[in-house]
Design a protein. Structure first.
Length: 195
């Protein structure tokens, strides 16, 4: 019986952590990271500041946890990619999976885009840069010419830009995501042909 109770307690703690992350990310996006206080996060959650401190001591801890949880699929993708042959099919799959990661973490990436100066100052900025370098390592053929290397890196950034710069186009989110994915896949395909 104790195991069931412990599991339920852990699930509630996980749900609370998720709620804190969701509310904090919403506030960070709405009014900016710097202008959001722990007190405001606690108020929006309708909990005491002490209850919030039980899970997170600082705003940066909250942001780091959001970043780590929602970008874990990038690490998983990098690990998977390192174990695959350096083929066009692997590169296409990396681009496809990365598109899904971005779609699943849109609020986080939107926050990062709109708060670039803050992100650079916090350790999540360095961590994100490391993850982008990891993606670059598995998608770029180091023996290809510079233009083809740039094409592969541009495929990744095409997907980032597509999240933000296409918001006002007359298409559904899924149609825009597919169009961006098609362009990114085309860049990788062109680069692979040149290799």
């Amino acid at each position: 019986m104790g195991g069931i109770m412990d599991g339920t307690k852990q699930q509630r703690r996980g749900n609370t952590r998720q709620r804190i992350q969701d509310v904090a990310l919403g506030l960070f996006a709405e009014q900016g990271y710097e202008k959001t206080s722990l007190r405001e996060i606690a108020e929006r959650l309708d909990v005491t500041k002490a209850a919030l401190y039980y899970h997170f001591k600082t705003k940066e801890e909250i942001l780091v946890s959001i970043f780590e949880d929602r970008t874990q699929p990038i690490l998983d993708l990098i690990e998977w990619g390192r174990q695959q042959p350096h083929t066009l099919e692997t590169k296409k799959e990396i681009v496809r999976r990365y598109s899904e990661v971005l779609a699943g973490a849109t609020p986080l990436f939107r926050f990062m885009q709109e708060n670039q100066a803050t992100v650079r100052e916090l350790r999540v900025g360095e961590t994100f840069k490391d993850r982008m370098h990891g993606l670059r390592e598995i998608i770029v053929d180091p023996d290809s010419d510079l233009v083809d290397q740039v094409r592969c890196v541009s495929a990744l950034f095409t997907m980032h830009a597509g999240m933000f710069l296409l918001q006002d186009l007359d298409a559904t989110s899924e149609e825009k995501r597919k169009a961006v994915l098609d362009v990114a896949t085309d860049l990788v395909t062109q680069a692979h042909k040149g290799a």
